[in-house]
Design a protein around this ligand. Structure first.
Ligand code: BG6
Length: 525
């Protein structure tokens, strides 16, 4: 992975930012075609096409770059090109569309209409890819993107294998590459994740497989590694000697947004905890990697997950809380409860909120609780990780007996991305009054450039063959082992009386009790 160091950008405009210039020069992939399975779906429309267009806008796509949509709808190139333009007009980070960039980009857009289980469709795809190689010089380099319903993954992967499309294509001049990006959800539990890994592994080698987790593409998440390992002052205190506990919160004010059928079989535990939260946790808690390469980093992330023991059924009761929202108000507007959402079972016992306490059984973290909290229809959208430090060993100030507030380091993932450190300061005056103050760093203020969307970063990495920000097989399975133990534990006990929190509140009271039992509190957000 390429790291480029930048200087504070207080006087820079985005156009003259050397980081961008540097990236452009270092990070242009070889000519290639990206094939999107599920090209008519929501993710393609909202995220993938806008991301590709933004890469084109920044001159980060290789010359001749082409995109092939593969889906069931009986569209042709023209219809797909028109809907792609709509996606960009509606969802691109940068709008309106720049005609000169679009004109170039649209030349490489093709569409193959086929059922996913029809070998003829894959033959047509192979012909289309060969034609694109000839016309646009893409040299046999292929990036497949699985963005369909996960129940289609197996069929697609097997058909790609049978059509000979999974193997890197050899050409007379260069070594071509073939890679596959697999969207979440990656399996439904440990067993199905293992099965899916086996299926994909029969057609593709591990180094061709890119399991995407869009949280890893967020700038602030990547900055976690920089913060920890490019600075000498934090690492010495990043352990059980100094850290009292860690809190990780990913809250959303959104509900299930028309995704009822998916969400009702998934719940927050699978939708957010197994992937995004486990990824955040492993980055915050991992040991320093031996270098900044994909496998070195993924080795350390996996080791952290291995140090979290799957929970037995008593631990599930003691250390996890699940919730489901009822009707309530968000930003003053009434919203329905989960069970009243479109295409959701009116008696659903699916979780829309999860809180838990985990322990990492290793030398660095033994005994330090990690509290996780995530849910839908909470009062606001925010993601943060905070490390609360132990108090000073002796209290010299404040005879009033009121304990001083602890030092807290907050890594704000979104929105208002940044890092802040809370410490006690003397209030000016004749008495020794101490009040908490913060030292603040905000990405927006310091660098003055808008962060790219996570998908832009990750798609580009996959084209470059950099898998650092993608999950490896063992990592995904380890995260599933933890989460599956919780899901299994829940099955053994009656679910709480759902709904158990009102939309627009911070979840069920049991979540507060979970942390308060330990004499601690959730941070006010
Ligand atoms: C997705 C989940 O993976 O992440 C959604 O399926 C969730 O339910 C989303 O809303 C949150 O992502 P972000 O980037 O908005 O924090």
């Amino acid at each position: 992975m390429t790291l480029t160091v930048n200087t504070p950008a207080t006087t820079q405009t985005p156009a003259m930012n050397p980081l961008r210039k540097g990236l452009r020069m270092e990070r242009t992939p070889q000519p290639c075609v990206m094939v999107i399975f599920g090209a008519t779906g929501d993710l393609t429309h909202r995220k993938l096409i806008p991301a590709l267009y933004n890469l084109a806008l920044e001159h980060l796509l290789p010359e001749g770059f082409s995109m092939v949509g593969f889906a069931r709808r009986p569209w042709d190139d023209k219809v797909f090109q028109e809907t792609a333009l709509e996606s960009v007009n509606k969802f691109s980070r940068r709008r309106p569309v720049q005609p000169s960039v679009w004109e170039q980009f649209v030349k490489g857009i093709r569409y193959v209409s086929s059922d996913f289980n029809n070998p003829e469709g894959y033959k047509k795809l192979a012909e289309t890819l060969d034609a694109i190689d000839k016309e646009r010089g893409t040299q046999g380099n292929r990036l497949f993107y699985l963005s369909t319903n996960p129940s289609d993954y197996e069929t697609i992967v097997e058909n790609l294998g049978q059509a000979g499309l999974a193997k890197p294509q050899s050409s007379s001049t260069t070594e071509a590459w073939t890679r596959i990006i697999v969207e979440k959800p990656f399996g439904h539990d440990l067993k199905t994740a293992q099965e899916l890994n086996d299926v994909i592994g029969r057609a593709f080698r591990e180094n061709q497989i890119y399991r995407i987790d869009h949280y890893l593409g967020k700038e602030t998440v990547q900055n976690l590694l920089v913060f920890r390992f490019a600075n000498g002052i934090f690492e010495p205190i990043w352990n059980r000697q100094y850290v009292d506990h860690i809190q990780m919160v990913v809250s959303e004010e959104l509900g299930v947004e028309g995704r009822g059928p998916y969400y009702d079989t998934s719940g927050t535990i699978r939708d957010m905890v197994q992937n995004h939260m486990m990824q955040l946790l492993s980055l915050v808690c991992m040991e320093p990697p031996i270098n900044y390469e994909a496998n070195a980093i993924r080795d350390e992330k996996t080791k952290v997950l291995r140090a979290i023991k799957p929970l037995d059924s008593d631990e599930v009761v003691e250390r996890t809380v699940r919730g489901q929202y009822g009707p309530g108000t968000i930003f003053g507007k009434p919203v329905p409860g989960y069970r009243q959402e479109e295409r959701v079972d009116p008696n659903s016992i699916t979780d829309t909120f999860v809180a838990m306490k985990l322990f990492i059984d290793n030398w660095r973290w033994a005994g330090v609780p990690i509290y996780l909290r995530t849910g839908k229809r909470l009062p606001k959208r925010t993601s943060e990780i905070s490390l609360q430090f132990k108090p000073a060993p002796q209290q010299l100030f404040g005879s009033s007996g009121v304990p001083l507030e602890p030092n807290v380091l907050v890594l704000q993932i979104q929105p208002n991305e940044g890092i802040s450190l809370k410490f006690g300061a003397k209030v000016p005056g004749q008495t020794m009054n101490i009040r908490p103050v913060t030292m603040d760093f905000r990405f927006g203020q310091s660098f003055g450039v808008a962060a790219a969307d996570a998908y832009e970063r990750l798609i580009l990495d996959a084209m470059l063959g950099d898998s650092t920000l993608f999950a490896r097989r063992d990592e995904v399975e380890q995260a599933w082992a933890i989460v599956t133990s919780i899901i299994d534990g829940w099955k053994l006990h009656m679910p709480p009386a759902f709904p158990n929190y009102e939309a627009g509140t911070w979840g069920p009271k049991e979540a507060d009790e979970l942390i308060e039992r330990d004499g601690r509190q959730w941070r006010r957000l």
